[in-house]
Design a protein around this ligand. Sequence first.
Ligand code: B12
Ligand code: SF4
Length: 428
Amino acid sequence: VSRDILILQSPSIYGKSLLSPPLGIGYIGAALLKHQYNIKLMDLSIYDYKNLKSEVTNAIKEFKPKIVCISCTTETYNVALRILKLSKSLKDDIVTVMGGVHPTFTVEECITDENVDIVAIGEGENTIVEISNYYIRNEGTLEKIDGIAYKNNNRVVINKERNYIKDINEIPYPYRGDFDLSKYKVPLTIVSTRGCTGKCSFCVSRELNKNRYRERSISNIIDEIKTLDLDKYSRIIAFQDSTLTANSKRIINLCDALKNQIGNISWSCESRVDTLTIDILQRMKESGCILIEFGIESGSEKVLKEIRKDITKKEILSTMDMVKRVGINSVCTIMIGHPTDTKETMKESIEFAKLLKKEYGCSIHFNIVTPYPGTPFLKNKEEYGIEIKSKSYDDYVPNNAIMSTKELSAEEIRETYINAILDLSRID
Ligand code: B12
Ligand code: SF4
C-alpha cells in the first residue's frame, strides 16, 4: 500500500528509549489525517539500531512516500540526517521535511544540509498540512507557508514565523494508531498544556512556546482520555506537560473530572514545587496521582537564583514534606555543572539530594547540564564563560559533560556527576 507521507521519529544512537510513544509526530499525523492524507507513522526508537537501515529501506520500498517527515531532538539529529539521506538515495524524488525542537533552534544549519528540503519551525500541525498541500495537491506556494525554511536555487529562504495556534482545543488528538503501544513502558501519555510558566535558563520550553502557556479545556482532555484503551494498559496515564500544575484552579478541576468522569486510574505528571498546596495535593492523590516529578536542579540557593529556577530550598522542603504526607511518590531531578556552579555548590546539591532522599523518600535523578540550542545558557555562553568541548550533537546527552565553565572543567563536572550517583546509591 503506498502512502503519501511517511512520518518518522528519529532514534537515539544510544539504544532504544522506549519510555513512551512520540506524541509530537502523533499530532503531525492527526493533522494530516484530518486533511485526508494517506500517512504512515513510525517510531524508529523501537528497533534495534543495527536494523535501522533495513527498517527504513523496507518502509520506503513498501510505502513509496512522496514526502518523508522526520522529528528529532539534538541527540537524534545526526541520525535523522542519515535517515533522510538514505530515503533520498532509495527514491530520489522524495521531499524531506525535518521538524521538532532541535531544527526549530538550528534552522540555518539544518536547511543547509543537502538532504533536508524543508525545515518546519515550531508548532507543526498547520505547517505540515500546507507543505503537503503544496507538494501533493499542487496548492499554494512555498513563499506563503509561514514557519518554514527551504532552498530556492541553493539560496536559503526562511519565511516569516508561524502564529501559534490560539485555541489548542482545536488541535486533533494525536494519532496513536500506528504505534505499537505495548512496546512502551508508559504507553498512555497525554499533553494537556503547551508551554511553561517557568523561565529556567537551561530549558527551551519558554522559547519554544514564545512565552505562552496554553491550556486545553478539561472536557477536551477527558474526551481524549476516553479514546485511550485504559483497561489494556493497567489504567495508568502519564501527563507529559512541562508543568501540569501551573494553574491551581485548573488542576483542581482536572482532578475532579478525572475522579468523577474517568475514575479508577493512576496518573503521573511533572510539576514545580511553587505551584502546589496541601489541598491540591490531596485532590491529586484522590484522583489517582501516584507520581510527581519535580525539577529541583540545584541545592544551592545562589545557583537556583542564577539559573532562574525561581524556587527556594525552603519551598522545596515544604512541598516535599506535603507530598510525602499525602502519600504521592516523587522524583527530583538535579543538574550538575551549571555555568555558575563551583565545587562547593555542587557539593551542596549532592548533600541536598541526600536529604531529599533520606527525609522525604524522593527518588533522585542527576543530569549533567547540557547547553541545548535555544536555551538561554547557550545564547549567553560568552557571558557565562561556557566553552563547548564537543563537535558532535551526538554528545548532547544528559549523562555526558560537553562543556567547561569559568569555574569547572568538563572532566570535573563528569567526575562529580558520577560520584553523586554513587553517593546517592549508598542510601536505601
Ligand atoms: C515527553 C518528553 C520526553 C519523553 C519522550 C516521549 C516521546 N517519545 O515523545 C522522554 C521522557 C522519553 C524524553 C526523553 C528525553 N528528552 Co524530552 N521531552 C519531553 C517533553 C516534556 C514533551 C514532548 C512532547 O510530547 N511535546 C508535545 C508535542 C506536541 O510537541 P513536540 O514533540 O515538540 O512536537 C511539536 C513540534 O515540535 C513540531 N514537530 C515535532 N516534530 C516534527 C516533525 C515534523 C516533520 C514537523 C513538520 C513538525 C514537528 O510539531 C509538533 C506539534 O506541534 C519535552 C518538552 C516539551 N514541552 O516539548 C521534552 C524535550 C523534548 N526533551 C528534551 C530532552 C533534553 C530529553 C532527554 C535528552 C532527557 C534525558 N534526561 O534523557 C531525553 C532524550 C530523548 C531523545 N532520545 O531524544 C528537551 C529537548 C532539547 C533538545 N534540544 O533536544 C525538551 C525540549 C525538554 C526541555 N525543556 O529542554 N522526553
Ligand atoms: S525547566 Fe521545567 S519549569 Fe523550568 S522552564 Fe523548563 S519546563 Fe518550565
